[in-house]
Design a protein around this ligand. Structure first.
Ligand code: NAD
Length: 260
């Protein structure tokens, strides 16, 4: 059912986005891959996907801090791929620091990349989805869209914000065959959290592996980090016909983090 559809996955050069792109490609879904990577590396990446999965795939390196660059990126994606059926707003960054010393430039960057970019991509993708009567918008939020942690003011504000945006988009498009949902992962094993683990290791004088486990069990009932591919499979489920009635939802995969 999904074969031949086209997905844009922002931030698909690494971590959750890359794994999600792979899960979708396995279903024969054409891809617009995106992220901070040189055109040379990005083009080599999409070429390897195109050959392995026999799909059409293009790469774009638009900086999501720039709203005009996002519009250009999305227009190019629509022109070259026909239309966008599935939009996964995944790209994101993190910075951890108390509010009183949190750098303003970091606040602005996190709000732009983790929140505003999703508004811009959704705005560009919706008209075709509405015309086609089918669309899937999946925003990779976080447990930090539902609960807070110290030192994560910008991240929590952006992730709470993207859940609000998801609900509005879901309601505005409910009768048009378009669903919009947010996935809220706990700890996922990607480069995004390497710095946090290293900070904990340095602060407590412990090795990286021990710090990694400590970080997880502080918050989750399950002591393991999620694998990026598990989030990709959650995305695929939300694209399936079984998930047709799921919209406006914030769906956790958090090892029990928010059960407490
Ligand atoms: P990652 O660091 O592995 O990948 C981030 C991606 O975003 C990369 O492709 C990078 O190029 C892209 N990106 C960053 N800044 C960009 C910019 N200015 N312009 C364009 N692209 C940019 O991170 P990840 O862990 O895979 O995170 C993906 C999403 O999942 C993020 O939204 C993150 O908040 C969310 N998330 C991650 C975790 C976790 O534990 N790793 C938990 C919950 C939610």
């Amino acid at each position: 059912m999904l074969e031949g559809k086209t997905a844009v996955v922002t931030g698909s050069t690494s971590g959750i986005g890359l794994a999600t792109a792979e899960v979708l490609a396995e279903q024969g879904i054409n891809l617009v891959m995106h992220g901070l990577m040189s055109d040379e590396e990005g083009n080599a990446l999409v070429q390897s996907f195109a050959e392995k999965y026999r799909i059409k795939a293009i790469f774009d390196g638009a900086n999501l801090m720039d709203s005009e660059a996002i519009a250009t990126f999305m227009k190019r994606a629509i022109n070259e791929m026909g239309s966008i059926d599935i939009l996964v707003n995944n790209a994101g960054i993190q910075h951890t620091e108390r509010v009183e010393t949190f750098p303003i430039a970091k606040w602005d960057a996190i709000m732009s990349i983790n929140l505003s970019s999703a508004f811009h991509t959704i705005q560009q993708a919706l008209p075709d989805m509405q015309k086609n009567g089918w669309g899937r918008i999946i925003n990779i939020a976080s447990v930090h869209g539902l609960v807070a942690s110290v030192n994560k003011s910008a991240y929590c504000a952006a992730k709470h914000g993207i859940i609000g945006l998801t609900k509005v988009v879901a309601m505005e498009n409910a009768e048009l065959g378009i669903t919009a949902n947010a996935i809220c992962p706990g700890f996922v094993d990607t480069p995004l959290i390497t710095e946090q683990i290293q900070q904990m290791a340095d602060r407590d004088g412990i090795d990286f592996a021990t710090a990694k486990r400590q970080l997880v069990i502080q918050k989750q009932s399950l002591p393991d980090m999620m694998e990026p591919r598990q989030i990709g499979e959650y995305v695929l489920f939300l694209c399936s016909s079984t998930a047709r009635m799921i919209t406006g939802a914030s769906l956790t995969m958090d090892g029990g983090w928010t059960a407490q």
